[in-house]
Design a protein around this ligand. Structure first.
Ligand code: SF4
Length: 53
């Protein structure tokens, strides 16, 4: 799964990445506190959607 797009599979959209574990974009987001907070919001939204069904 792509950590940056809750609910979507990793499509290897970043050249050179073989998955989320070595995706440079994921690493970039995790380094930035604001982006990390935004990602947490997106994940919470996705979870709420799943719970609502
Ligand atoms: S390559 Fe990175 S940004 Fe692209 S889908 Fe995979 S994990 Fe997500």
């Amino acid at each position: 799964m792509c950590p940056l797009r809750p609910g979507d599979m990793c499509t290897l959209c970043v050249p050179g990445a073989t998955g989320p574990q070595d995706c440079p974009t994921v690493a970039e987001v995790m380094r930035d506190p604001e982006l990390r907070a935004r990602l947490a919001e997106l994940r919470a939204d996705r979870l709420a959607d799943l719970r609502r069904g």
